[in-house]
Write a protein that binds this ligand. Structure first.
Ligand code: FEO
Length: 168
């Protein structure tokens, strides 16, 4: 049975992951509005991935005999100045999520909750990957600047992303 303090923190993380999904859905809509379908497709992958993260926490809470309680999901931003601006915002957001995961690990250690600590290790590794993949796109957008041909090439590349839950 998961302890009260840990349960509260895990429930908050369900909300944080749902918010991530919602934020990326808002970004998908932004990219569709500026006719960058490949970027929008990449964002759809993010939307699904974050939902999967949220459900992982949900299922873990249930498995540990805890009660999932859902909170309101905050309203995400709806527009960005450029693709670079949006991807910088994603990187910043993912760094924030990494800090949240690290705080959860610290709490699991403090509470001597070994099961939760082991469960969280998947997310520790996942955040390394997330920051790296988003950071690589930020770097490329910095190089591209306002060159349309570069943007369209990256758009074509991001159009190829297919979300595969089994590979997560
Ligand atoms: Fe669920 Fe992108 O962190």
């Amino acid at each position: 049975m998961v302890k009260k303090k840990m349960l509260k923190a895990l429930n908050q993380q369900i909300n944080a992951e749902m918010y991530s999904s919602y934020l990326y859905l808002s970004m998908e809509s932004y990219f569709q509005s500026i006719s960058l379908a490949g970027f929008a497709n990449w964002m759809r992958g993010q939307v699904q991935e974050e939902l999967m993260h949220s459900m992982k926490f949900y299922d873990f809470v249930v498995e540990r005999g805890g009660r999932v309680t859902l909170d309101a999901i905050a309203r995400p931003e709806s527009s960005w100045d450029s693709p670079l601006d949006a991807f910088k915002a994603i990187l910043k957001h993912e760094q924030h999520v990494t800090a949240l995961i690290n705080d959860l690990v610290d709490l699991a250690i403090d509470e001597r909750d070994h099961a939760t600590n082991i469960f969280l290790q998947w997310f520790v590794s996942e955040q390394v990957e997330e920051e790296a993949s988003v950071g690589a796109i930020v770097d490329r957008l910095e190089l591209i600047k306002d060159t349309p041909s570069g943007l369209f090439m990256l758009d074509a590349e991001l159009a190829k992303r297919v979300f595969t839950p089994a590979a997560e």
